[in-house]
Design a protein around this ligand. Structure first.
Ligand SMILES: Nc1ncnc2c1ncn2[C@@H]1O[C@H](COP(=O)(O)OP(=O)(O)O)[C@@H](O)[C@H]1O
Ligand SMILES: [Mg+2]
Length: 491
């Protein structure tokens, strides 16, 4: 249970550390790594060198203390035997002068009395018994720890122990000084290497991150649909390969975008041509129906009347009247059909008149109350394409209201401003979800959108189930020059 908790804590700790470390940029990461490594190596090397140096200097001092002690014992032999204490004192002083590390030296005679020493007045208490040596021994050294630092104390028997003992103490203060100096120098070197390392790493990361940052910028541009930019290849490494891949991707995207735009343009042209062809065809059929077919039917009507007038037979009159009724009905239907196909009013009298006529027809056909408001269209003709588009848009929208909306009232507003014309067709019917009409089928609303967009306009549908429907169509008008304002005047 406890181990599991510790593991859990560890994971949390790692996650937090990663959150912090992961958030800093690459430059800081690399600099951090370089700095960390240099400091780690510097400190490790310093510690290692310190230990080695300490060991070496300690054993060197030990060997020197033995050599000096033995030399002292050899030279002191005669002086001790002759009890020349002044000579002994001079010997000790010379030893100290020749070897500055010698902290002290003294001679103990065979009785155990200190006969000469370098301490001036007071001889330290307990120093005499701190180290001793037997006659059989070559020498004996011990490391004394004193207030002044460590001292190698060596005792050497004089004249095989028969003339006493020579003692010498070699201070290790020089060792401390050397170690401190070397440590300081190593740390200074570490700092300098760290400084050089940081400079080099900063330069390297600059070289390394520059192409990456550039790629990031370009990727943002691509995300915003700008495929024109290309990354510069800085080096022949993995980032260079990434740059190539990026450029190839941009090429492919730009190519795909060009093809899409071409296809879109072709599609737009097709749609425009289809709409124009359809209008032309409708116009032609409407004219045909009006001119030839209804002329023929009118002649038939007149013929039937004269037939009935000429032969006043009751049976025949009844039959002729029936036939005339049928022909009249066909004629009416024909006119309605022709109007629906292409109202000649639209070409002859303009959008306002054609819409008034069409709305009147709709009112007659359905139980719907339809308001029609035409603003800024009095005695004004728009461009024929715009008039046709707006007429067809209103036609399709009102057909939808009658067919789908189950509405009681609808309103149509056409408003012309100096730079645009707007159509709003609204009903209080059942409404629908405009997001569901994309795709196939639904040619009506999509046709409205196509017609508006072909003229650089747009369609906005506002509708929701149970809340009625409003279509906003806006089409920009080309700027008109002062004086030749209205494109066509219905005069
Ligand atoms: N005014 C409206 N009120 C309610 N629903 C509508 C209205 N206009 C369109 N819709 C819905 O949107 C669909 C798509 O209309 P449309 O594109 O004209 O195709 P169609 O009329 O051939 O079904 C219709 O089937 C209908 O469900
Ligand atoms: Mg429809």
């Amino acid at each position: 249970m406890n181990a599991k908790y510790a593991q859990h804590r560890l994971i949390i700790w790692f996650t937090r550390a990663w959150d912090v470390l992961g958030a800093v940029n690459i430059r800081a990461k690399i600099l951090g790594i370089v700095l960390g490594l240099v400091i780690l190596m510097g400190v490790a090397a310093t510690i290692e060198v310190r230990l080695l140096l300490e060991q070496t200097l300690t054993s060197q001092t030990y060997e020197r203390s033995v050599a000096i002690g033995r030399d002292l014992a050899a030279r002191a032999t005669d002086l001790v035997l002759m009890q020349d204490y002044y000579g002994l004192f001079r010997l000790l002083r010379d030893t100290q002068i020749n070897n500055p590390d010698v902290r002290y030296a003294f001679i103990i005679d065979s009785e155990g009395t200190i006969v000469a020493h370098t301490f001036g007045r007071g001889f330290p208490v307990g120093l005499r018994d701190a180290n001793t040596v037997t006659a059989q021994e070559h020498h004996r050294s011990i490391l004394l720890t004193t207030d002044e630092g460590d001292i190698w104390d060596t005792a050497v028997p004089i004249f095989d122990g028969r003339a006493g003992i020579a003692r010498v103490g070699l201070s290790l203060a020089a060792r401390e000084r050397t170690v401190t100096t070397v440590t300081g120098q190593l740390l200074l070197t570490t700092v300098m290497v760290a400084a050089i390392g940081i400079t080099a790493a900063a330069f390297l990361t600059w070289i390394l991150t520059r192409p990456i940052l550039q790629l990031v910028e370009l990727t943002k541009a691509v995300a915003q649909g700008d495929f024109s930019q290309r990354a510069r290849r800085w080096a022949n490494d993995e980032i260079g390969a990434l740059t190539d891949a990026f450029n190839a991707m941009s090429d492919a995207l730009a190519q795909a975008e060009r093809e899409r735009a071409e296809r879109e343009q072709i599609r737009t042209q097709y749609v425009a041509q289809i709409i124009t062809a359809q209008e032309e065809e409708r116009k032609r059929i409407a004219r045909e129906l009006h001119d030839s077919t209804s002329q023929a039917l009118t002649s038939l009507l007149i013929g039937l009347r004269s037939l009935a007038d000429r032969y006043r037979l009751p049976d025949l009159k009844q039959q002729v009247d029936d036939l005339r009724g049928i022909v009249g009905q066909v004629l009416n239907d024909l006119h309605a059909l022709a109007r629906q196909l292409r109202p000649s009013v639209l070409d002859d009298l303009g959008l306002a008149a054609a819409l008034q006529r069409y709305v009147a027809d709709c009112r007659a056909r359905s139980k719907l109350t339809i308001d029609l408001a035409l603003i800024g269209l009095d005695n004004v003709r728009l461009m024929p394409v715009v008039e046709t588009a707006l007429y067809r848009i209103v036609q399709e929208a009102l057909t939808n209201v009658i067919r789908h909306a189950h509405a009681t009232t609808a309103s149509v507003v056409i408003e012309r401003r100096s730079d645009r014309v707007r159509a709003i067709i609204e009903d209080d019917g059942c409404g629908f979800d405009p997001d569901n009409i994309h795709g196939d089928g639904h040619l009506g609303l999509n046709g409205i959108r196509e017609r508006a967009e072909l003229l650089n306009g747009q369609l906005i549908i506002e509708s929701a189930p149970g809340h009625g429907t409003t279509l906003y169509v806006e089409i920009p008008l080309p700027p008109t020059r002062e004086g030749c304002d209205e494109p066509h005047s219905a005069g």
